[in-house]
Design a protein around this ligand. Structure first.
Ligand code: FAD
Length: 440
C-alpha cells in the first residue's frame, strides 16, 4: 500500500497508541516529544505514556461504560491497554497500575518497533501536506498552544487537580481498616473513618484554607469531573460525604458504617505509597499538611507528593473536527487524546486507537471506519462532533453517549455491552483484512 510516513506529535497515551497501531499496519511513523530534554509542569519521567495523576484506569467491568470501552480496546488489541494489564496491581474491580512499570512497558514497545522513529523535539506548527497527528495533551507547550490559538482559535481552558501521595509506613494502622466498598473480601483500600464531629471540623478547616493563587493567564473555571476537595467542601456541608468521603458500602471492624471515610489506594506494586482517593487539591503545601494530617490515621503522614492544579488546554472539537478526529479545514491533520476534547486516561488511549485507524484509511484512500454510536469508541468520537460548540466541555465515556437501546431499564447496560461486542468484532474483521493485505 502507500509509503507515506505519518508524523505524530506527543508520546503520551494517545500518541503512543496511535503510533503502535499505525506501525502494526505497516506504516512508518516519526514520533516527537519534548521529553526527556524538556518537561511539561506535570510530567517527570523520561518514559512515554506517563500517568500524571491517579494510577487508576477506572472500573474494569461492563457494569460501567468505561468497562465497555476497555472491552472494545481489548478486542482490537490496544497496545497501551495491554501494557496496563501487564502493570496491573490489585485494587478491587478497577484497573490500577504500577505507573513506572506501565510507562516502561509502553516505552519498550515504542523503542523496539522498527517502524517507529523517535525524535526528541518540540513541535510548534504543522504543514498542509504531511499526515500529522497532534497528541500533545492537556499541557501542550506554550509555543504550539499559541500556534493552535492563532490558526484554529484554541480559546478554551480548564483545570485539573492532582491528589497527594503518602508513604505507607507513615500511616497509623491502629486507626484505619482495610476493605473494599461492598465487598467482604480482605480488600485493597486503606480506610480512614471519621466521626460526625471530625468530619465537620475537617470541612470547616477546608473551607477557610489557603489555596495557591492562580496565574495571570488562569481563571477560576473548575473542571467538574476533577473538582478540588476544598472547592467541593465550600459547596455544601455534606458534599464531601456524597463524594470522596462517602462511606456507603464500608463496614468497620466493629460492624458499623463510618460517618465519613477517606480511602487510600495503592500507588505501586510493593504498596509503599498510597494515593488519597478523590483528593485533588490546590491548597498550598503547608495547608495540605496541616489539614490532611487531621484525618484519623494520617496524623504523622509523610507526603511523597503534594496535590497540585494545572491548566489544561483542549480545542473546540465540535467547531473544528469531524467525528473521526480529523481537522475539517485541513484533512491531513488529526487530533488525538485530551487536546481533542475527550477526557481521561482510557479515553485518551481509545482516541489514539481510533485516530491511528482513521489515519490509515486517510493515507490509503480507504472509506473511513464507522464505529457508530453502538460502540463506546464511536460514541466518544461522535460526542466531539455532536456537542454544543458554544459551551464545549471535555467528556469521559458514559452511558448517555451510546445510541439508545430498546429494552427494559434493568437490562440496558448489559444489552449495550452485548451490542458493542458484535459491532466491534466486525470492525476487528475489517482491520484483520487490512493486515493480511499489507503482508501480501
Ligand atoms: C494534572 C493532570 C492530572 C490528570 N489526572 C487524571 C486522572 O487522574 N485520571 C484520568 O483519567 N485523567 C487524568 N488527566 C487527564 C488525561 O487523561 C491525561 O492528561 C492523559 O495523560 C492525556 O493523555 P494524552 O495522550 O492526551 O496526553 P499526555 O499523556 O499528556 O501526552 C502528551 C505528550 O505530549 C508531549 N508534548 C506536549 N507538547 C509538545 C510539543 N509541542 N511537541 C512535542 N511534544 C509535546 C508531552 O511531553 C507529553 O509526553 C489529568 C490531566 C492532568 C493535566
Amino acid at each position: 500500500m502507500n509509503n507515506k510516513t505519518v508524523k505524530i506529535v506527543g508520546a503520551g497515551l494517545a500518541g503512543c497508541e496511535a503510533a503502535l497501531t499505525l506501525a502494526s499496519l505497516g506504516v512508518d511513523v516519526v514520533l516527537y516529544d519534548i521529553k526527556p530534554k524538556q518537561y511539561t509542569p506535570a510530567h517527570k519521567s523520561p518514559n512515554f505514556a506517563e500517568l500524571v495523576c491517579s494510577n487508576s484506569l477506572k472500573s474494569d467491568t461492563t457494569e460501567f461504560a468505561t468497562g465497555v470501552l476497555k472491552q472494545e480496546l481489548r478486542t482490537l488489541n490496544s497496545f497501551v491497554l495491554g501494557c496496563a494489564y501487564k502493570a496491573q496491581i490489585p485494587a478491587g474491580k478497577t484497573l490500577t497500575v504500577d505507573r513506572e512499570i506501565f510507562s516502561s512497558e509502553v516505552t519498550k514497545l515504542i523503542k523496539g518497533n522498527s517502524k517507529i522513529k523517535f525524535v526528541c523535539e518540540e513541535i510548534d506548527s504543522f504543514d498542509n501536506t504531511t499526515p500529522t497527528i497532534i497528541a500533545t495533551g492537556p499541557l501542550t507547550t506554550p509555543k504550539l498552544s499559541q500556534y493552535l490559538s492563532k490558526k484554529l482559535g484554541l480559546s478554551l481552558y480548564f483545570y485539573d487537580a492532582v491528589a497527594p501521595i503518602i508513604s505507607a509506613d507513615s500511616i497509623d494502622y491502629s486507626k484505619v481498616f482495610i476493605a473494599n466498598k461492598f465487598d467482604n473480601l480482605d480488600g485493597d483500600y486503606i480506610n480512614c473513618p471519621l466521626t460526625k464531629q471530625q468530619y465537620e471540623d475537617f470541612v470547616s478547616n477546608l473551607t477557610t484554607a489557603q489555596r495557591v493563587p492562580l496565574k495571570s493567564f488562569e481563571d477560576e473555571k473548575v473542571f467538574e469531573g476533577c473538582m478540588p476537595v476544598e472547592v467541593m467542601a465550600k459547596r455544601e456541608l455534606n458534599a464531601l460525604r456524597c463524594g470522596p468521603l462517602k462511606a456507603q458500602g464500608l463496614v468497620m471492624p466493629n460492624g458499623q458504617q463510618p460517618y465519613a471515610c477517606v480511602q487510600l489506594r495503592k500507588e505501586d506494586a510493593l504498596g509503599t505509597a498510597y494515593n488519597m482517593v478523590g483528593f485533588q487539591t490546590n491548597l498550598t503545601f503547608p495547608e495540605q499538611k496541616r489539614i490532611f494530617t487531621t484525618i484519623p490515621g494520617l496524623e504523622k503522614t509523610e507526603f511523597l507528593r503534594y496535590g497540585v492544579m494545572h491548566r489544561n488546554s483542549y480545542i473546540n472539537a465540535p467547531k473544528l473536527l469531524n467525528s473521526y478526529f480529523q481537522l475539517k479545514q485541513q484533512n491531513n491533520v488529526f487530533f488525538a487524546g485530551q487536546i481533542s476534547g475527550i477526557e481521561g486516561y482510557v479515553e485518551s488511549i481509545a482516541s489514539g486507537l481510533i485516530v491511528g485507524l482513521e489515519m490509515y484509511c486517510y493515507i490509503n484512500n480507504l472509506p473511513i471506519l464507522n464505529f457508530t454510536t453502538n460502540t463506546a469508541l464511536g460514541a466518544l468520537a461522535n460526542y466531539l462532533q455532536a456537542a454544543n460548540p458554544n459551551n464545549f466541555q471535555p467528556m469521559h465515556i458514559n452511558w448517555g453517549l451510546f445510541a439508545p437501546i430498546d429494552c427494559p431499564k434493568q437490562l440496558k447496560k448489559e444489552k449495550i455491552a452485548e451490542r458493542s461486542k458484535n459491532y466491534i468484532s466486525n470492525i476487528y474483521k475489517e482491520i484483520s483484512k487490512w493486515k493480511l493485505e499489507e503482508q501480501q
